[in-house]
Write a protein that binds this ligand. Structure first.
Ligand code: B12
Ligand code: SF4
Length: 492
């Protein structure tokens, strides 16, 4: 069979978000995206070789509906479920069998079945071959669901060779699945289970070897570890970090805040190339944290934790949620003050979103607080529920105010100077110095933006230009921050 594996567009063409990389593409004059969905090369690896597989990632290319696919497999998260359903319907109209999988259809199979032939509920590993066999025999069932969780140690390597690798900034590797906690807003424990399952270190290194070998032209490979908490199994994490050291990666990950208490792990992380860690701080209100059931955050002082982790040269991307039940009108200024005082360079600020399958979704649904189920707006930047202590409009405006403040050019410039003064990227600059020619190219391209009628940006560029040839400055950091500013100030 000819099998099309599809990543639906995340957001509309004109919309912007923290994650869309539209600013990057425009700046670099080449359409690139942050990364692919790991489910796609995972499915490709599970597909027997007699089939022909082609990947269409709408974030970087158009889908060729005339390719002649016999079957289309579409990976679906809530924020692009609406788009995925549209794609499935179009394929179906052309007589192509359509299979939807991923977290959203798994949480709402009845809904998804209205738009496709088959839904795979949960992980693909145990059922994908049966799906393909049944499709070949014209006997596709409506749903497939594995009877047990996948043993990651028995998994094959994702087939990344099917991807247009040069169109992504970062590779994605997953080492563990599952989470023992039960945060109210999160679907991970419900989907991936409460037990931590991990690959072997050798399996992960096998993937890293493929990644580093296939793109030898890039001196340093950028890898994002798609674990919910890279330190959930500390023994495994320790062994992994030791093994990663020789691959000269520039990697980032997600971890729980208590990483700050483990100096040995922090040192191993840094030594093996970790440049940044995303930490779900979620809220600075203890009442909210208790309501969320995010107990791990209650035990530590956030500012101390940030300082400690960053003292190892690992940048903390703090992630926050606005709109939880105890957030009142003062929550916005409090969060701005916290971010500015702690110097977080790239905070991720989200609006609370009740994703299907979470305890939060059930609670809000019972309380009649879900405003609508237009999944395209379940993007963590749009209010889709009625907050407790303010109106939906106040929450939306407050969110906008927070991101505008923390990503104002004044704030960015102040924070950058702080990080340059302490030579924060010293280690990265030693092991992976930025060539003069790249700094020059960056400066030239940046200068062209001086004429785009954005006075605040032009002022920022004029202040930044003389700094670009300072060895302490990483140009990619500046570009990311400019992209965040561009998003924060969209529509104003
Ligand atoms: C890595 C990650 C990110 C990365 C993105 C990198 C990337 N390109 O994926 C970053 C950090 C940028 C990110 C950001 C966000 N994320 Co995120 N992220 C994850 C994470 C931790 C891992 C995803 C992953 O790679 N899994 C590994 C693959 C192999 O697993 P999988 O996709 O589930 O695929 C398996 C099955 O689902 C199934 N399957 C999947 N697709 C298909 C298709 C077919 C045809 C079939 C048969 C089977 C199948 O088989 C696969 C193999 O077992 C998940 C949590 C998780 N544990 O999954 C959250 C998760 C996907 N993120 C989530 C959210 C909400 C966000 C954010 C809004 C931020 C936030 N507030 O948490 C932003 C939104 C970004 C955006 N606009 O796209 C939610 C999505 C909820 C939902 N219902 O859609 C999740 C589930 C976490 C959660 N809190 O509940 N995220
Ligand atoms: S938010 Fe993090 S700690 Fe909480 S349940 Fe989800 S993955 Fe686990």
């Amino acid at each position: 069979m000819k099998i099309a594996l599809i990543i639906p567009r995340n957001g509309s063409e004109n919309e912007k978000s923290f994650y869309d990389y539209k600013f990057f593409s425009k700046f670099l004059i080449s359409k690139k995206y942050f990364s692919y969905l790991l489910a796609i090369p995972t499915l490709a690896a599970l597909t027997p070789p007699e089939h022909e597989v082609r990947v269409f990632d709408e974030n970087i290319e158009e889908i060729d509906y005339n390719w002649g696919a016999d079957l289309a497999g579409i990976s679906v998260r809530t924020m692009f479920a609406k788009r995925a359903y549209g794609i499935a319907e179009r394929f179906r109209r052309q007589g192509v069998k359509t299979v939807l999988g991923g977290i959203h259809p798994s949480m709402r199979p009845e809904e998804a079945l209205q738009y496709c032939d088959t839904v795979v509920i949960g992980e693909a590993e145990e059922v994908w071959r049966s799906v393909l066999l049944d499709a070949e025999n014209g006997a596709l069932k409506r749903t497939y669901e594995a009877g047990r969780k996948t043993d990651l140690k028995a998994c094959q390597k994702p087939a990344r060779s099917v991807l247009s690798k040069d169109r992504y900034f970062s590779d994605v590797v997953q080492t563990t699945k599952g989470c023992p906690f039960h945060c109210e807003f999160c679907s991970v424990y419900a989907y991936d289970g409460k037990n931590i399952r991990s690959k072997t270190v050798d399996q992960v290194i096998g993937e890293i070897r493929d990644i580093t070998a296939s793109d030898a032209k890039y001196k340093k490979k950028s890898v994002f570890f798609a674990d919910d908490n890279i330190i959930s199994d500390r023994k495994f994490a320790r062994e992994l970090f030791l093994a990663l050291k020789r691959y000269r990666l520039n990697w980032s990950c997600q971890a729980s805040i208590n990483i700050a208490q483990d100096d040995e792990l922090l040192r191993l992380m840094k030594d093996s190339g970790c440049g940044a860690v995303l930490i779900g701080f979620e809220s600075i209100s203890e009442k909210n944290l208790s309501r969320m059931d995010k107990k791990v955050n209650l035990r530590l002082d956030y500012k101390d934790a940030i300082e400690k982790i960053q003292s190892y040269g690992i940048l903390v991307h703090g992630s926050f949620i606005l709109g939880y039940d105890f957030d009142t009108g003062s929550a916005f200024d409090e969060l701005i003050d916290f971010i500015e005082e702690s110097g977080l360079l790239m905070p991720l600020v989200n609006i609370l979103t009740p994703f299907p399958g979470t305890k939060l979704f059930s609670r809000f649904d019972e309380e009649g607080r879900i405003i609508h189920k237009d999944w395209s707006k379940y993007d963590a930047k749009t209010v889709v529920f009625s907050p407790s202590c303010m109106t939906a409009g106040e929450l939306q405006d407050g969110y906008k105010r927070v991101i505008k403040r923390v990503y104002s050019f004044d704030s960015i410039f102040r924070k950058l100077n702080f990080y340059w003064d302490i030579d924060f990227w010293k280690h990265s600059n030693e092991v992976d110095p930025i060539k003069f020619k790249y700094r020059l190219l960056f400066a030239v391209r940046l200068s062209t933006l001086l004429f785009s009628f954005k006075p605040a940006r032009a002022k920022f560029i004029l202040k930044i230009l003389p700094k670009l040839f300072d060895r302490r400055v990483r140009v990619s950091t500046i570009l990311t921050l400019m992209a965040y500013n561009d998003y924060a100030y969209t529509g104003t």
